[in-house]
Design a protein around this ligand. Structure first.
Ligand SMILES: Cc1cc2nc3c(=O)[nH]c(=O)nc-3n(C[C@H](O)[C@H](O)[C@H](O)COP(=O)(O)O)c2cc1C
Length: 275
């Protein structure tokens, strides 16, 4: 259970936290001061964020990292932002260059600040770098074995078996990496299977991490094949240090792009229904 402290000396009883609390965990007491029912709180910390008096604190969190509102820093131009989103591309060609730690930290931070169902914040991040060669070899072998496995059932419409066999052979014979594209790092989001929305939580985090990476000059490609490999061969989970109760949710390769796109790609028209 969270600890939420209201400084009754500075609370002016404006009720903004009461209004904004999604769990209706806050009310004004007989002295018109905010009062929290901790049993109902989901630690979303909106009360901390909305209070004009900075009267609310949650001492279990590192409050030194809380940022004060600065309108200048939120001044993103919507047209530019959409243009930027349209220019986002999956990157499959990378420079032989490492990702700096401070950039990686910012990318993880973008994931950390994404929304999660019921504010559970169960995403955990595994950065594969030192063990990348081992992981790649095992994953490519797992895809190959899956393709050759008569008991394996291919789901999802496309039969990737010929591609997986070719990927493994290309790797073995020509050292061509069609799984991770020689990216210097892979980020995997895992979590305990608890909320029922794990995949959504991880997808949202990954998407924001991708955009943050793009802004830092880095490129990303989600690797669904890696998840298939990991779920086929438990040894890869062990190599990645995944815990027994953790589920592999999403992965992407990360590095400096060695390709430049001159224009946006085609997209199908949006299927939108107004009701
Ligand atoms: C969940 C997911 C899994 C993906 N898995 C792979 C993959 O295993 N290998 C790959 O080369 N691209 C993969 N992609 C990238 C898609 O192929 C790519 O997003 C799509 O072709 C559109 O290209 P764009 O991202 O440049 O717009 C994946 C994308 C998503 C969202």
């Amino acid at each position: 259970m969270a600890i939420v402290i209201i400084d009754k000396e500075t609370c002016i009883g404006c009720g903004l936290c009461v209004e904004d609390c999604s769990r209706k965990a806050i009310k004004l007491d007989s002295n018109e001061k905010a009062e929290v029912n901790l049993e109902l709180c989901n630690e979303c910390s909106h009360c901390v964020a909305v209070c004009p008096q900075a009267s609310v604190s949650m001492p279990e969190y590192d409050e030194s990292e809380i940022l004060e509102l600065s309108k200048d820093n939120l001044n993103l131009d919507p047209e530019n932002f959409l243009y930027f989103l349209k220019f986002r591309r999956s990157i499959r060609q990378f420079k032989n260059k490492e990702v700096e730690k401070d950039k990686l930290d910012k990318i993880i931070e973008a994931g950390r600040y994404s929304p999660t169902a019921s504010n559970r914040q169960l995403n955990r991040y595994i950065v594969i770098k030192d063990k990348l060669n081992e992981v790649r070899e095992m994953a490519l072998k797992a895809l190959y074995n899956m393709a050759k496995d008569p008991n394996f059932e291919m789901k999802g419409g496309v039969d990737y078996r010929p591609m997986w066999i070719q990927m493994y052979e290309d790797f073995k014979e020509k050292n061509i990496d069609r799984l991770f594209f020689n990216a210097p790092e892979i980020i995997v989001i895992v979590s305990e299977n608890k909320s029922g929305f794990e995949k959504v939580d991880a997808g949202l985090a990954a998407s924001r991490m991708e955009l943050q990476a793009n802004l830092l000059g880095l490129g990303v490609c989600y690797i669904g094949f890696f998840e298939r490999a990991v779920n086929y061969n438990n040894e890869i989970k062990k190599l990645m240090g995944m815990k027994e109760n953790e589920e592999f949710l999403i992965s992407f390769v990360l590095g400096y792009p060695n390709v430049k796109y001159q224009r946006t790609a085609n997209r199908k028209k949006a299927d939108v229904r107004f009701i």
